[in-house]
Design a protein around this ligand. Structure first.
Ligand SMILES: [Zn+2]
Length: 163
């Protein structure tokens, strides 16, 4: 018997965002576990899970039901954006160009978005928290933490993602 899959961010069909938000808000399970549940959202994976929670400043153990509806919908939109970028770039890059030290350009230099997209960051500047445990958080300098959640490694910033 096939379990029904949750909405797929790479398709982002009409109604998907609301279906995702409803599935999150209906559960008391920690957010980080819900994001790995294929019935809630399809194909998000461990890198996007960690980066998404960081970008939205969300504590991984926050129960789904503890989110505001707007926050749940914003989670969906951010996932759609990141995963579409990943398909375009052929790599998972979750940091914006202002976090890149070289080649990424500067948002203030007047370069067109196309120029920025053409120059990608070095791998170690591509993520906020994923595989960065023990290193300084890019935003606040707190060491990035590593925990196991839903049998997968979870990277997060205890300060930026405080409960
Ligand atoms: Zn931080």
């Amino acid at each position: 018997m096939l379990a029904r899959l949750g909405p797929d961010p790479l398709r982002n069909l009409p109604g998907d965002r609301d279906a995702f938000a409803a599935a999150i808000l209906a559960r008391r399970t920690p957010l980080a576990a819900l994001l790995m549940d294929q019935k809630v959202i399809a194909g998000i994976g461990n890198v996007y899970r960690a980066e998404l929670l960081f970008r939205q400043g969300l504590h991984p153990w926050l129960p789904g039901a503890g989110l505001a509806a707007d926050t749940a919908r914003r989670l969906w939109d951010d996932t759609v954006g990141m995963m579409s970028d990943g398909v375009r770039d052929g790599r998972i890059i979750t940091t914006p160009p202002r976090y890149w030290s070289g080649g990424g350009g500067d948002a203030s230099d007047g370069a067109s978005p196309g120029v920025l997209a053409a120059s990608l960051p070095v791998p170690e500047e591509s993520h906020f928290v994923y595989r960065r445990h023990g290193l300084d958080c890019r935003d606040c300098g707190t060491p990035v933490a590593l925990t196991e959640l839903a049998a997968r490694k979870l990277y997060w910033c205890p300060a930026c993602q405080a409960p």
